[in-house]
Design a protein around this ligand. Sequence first.
Ligand code: HMG
Ligand code: MG
Length: 290
Amino acid sequence: MDFVTLHEVGPRDGLQNEPGVISTADRVEFVRALAEAGLPHIEVGSFVSPKWVPQMAGTDEVMAKLEAGPVYEVLVPNMRGWEGFAAAERRGDYAIAVFVAATEGFSRANLNCTVAESLERAAPVIAAAEAAGVPVRGYVSCVTDCPYEGRVAPGQVARVVRDLKDLGVREVSLGETIGKGDPERVGTMLDAVLNVVPAAQLAGHFHDTGGRALDNIKVALEKGLRVFDAAVGGLGGCPYAPGAPGNVATEAVVALLHAQGFETGVDAAKLAKAAGMARAMRGGGHVDQG
Ligand code: HMG
Ligand code: MG
């Protein structure tokens, strides 16, 4: 049976967009519940400026408390972030993710630099990580729409995906950052990207603002993609993408995939428990650790 690999991004993409700052203890319990549910990859935080994203401060403290199990992932925007990651206490397998955008407007808002500069900053991070045996994933944001520039040309996305791949990332996750894409435009974008990078090295990262994320995932499955990012409970968004609440919910993606006959290794009942934790955190509440 065909296997689809899920990357759970709730503890990062979800919590970074919550108005409140969640405690380290609650972040750790949340990640543990996700690992218990069988998610093979879990993005647990970011080594970014705490002035820009205070919700992700203390990612090193979260890492220090986690047990080996899934592959944990963290965002790293520059060498300063790499040094923070490399110095952090950790057990088990880790990968890092660098992130760039298909548009200048989003790059400026998210990373305070041009797309070309963001690729230049990513290059030494990728080299350092791979030299240290840490696999690197790359994100490209705004693959169909940009909050600052509107619709994005598929050729422009394909160019940045190829540039990032050329720097040595193992997989590129295609960020549909503000959930405005529809299946037709997602399909056209994927056709352009598949001309430069094979499906086996791509992932889909769909936000569900417009309610089309599951339809967009279906198109990506038809095009051969077998890796998707999702956030349990539909947590998330991006603080620098106005109007981007809600990653596609992991439990909805798992239900879709299982109904289509794909295996994920995820236990839907245990995932429901993690979704309950996500809902409690969304309200700014405390996670029941029982
Ligand atoms: P900058 O201001 O251009 O950089 O920020 P700088 O080098 O001038 O540094 C400014 C300050 O940040 C300095 O501190 C540095 O020390 C500090 P100060 O002197 O003001 O006290 N600094 C750092 N601190 C901690 N960790 C670091 C680091 N680097 C510099 N690594 C920077 C550049 C990248 C830091 C900033 O723009 C930033 O942190 N941006 C946040 C980006 C972010 O996390 N965005 C959300 C994640 S991306 C996303 O959600 C999209 C995705 O989900 C896919 C999709 O949906 O499309 C992945
Ligand atoms: Mg995102």
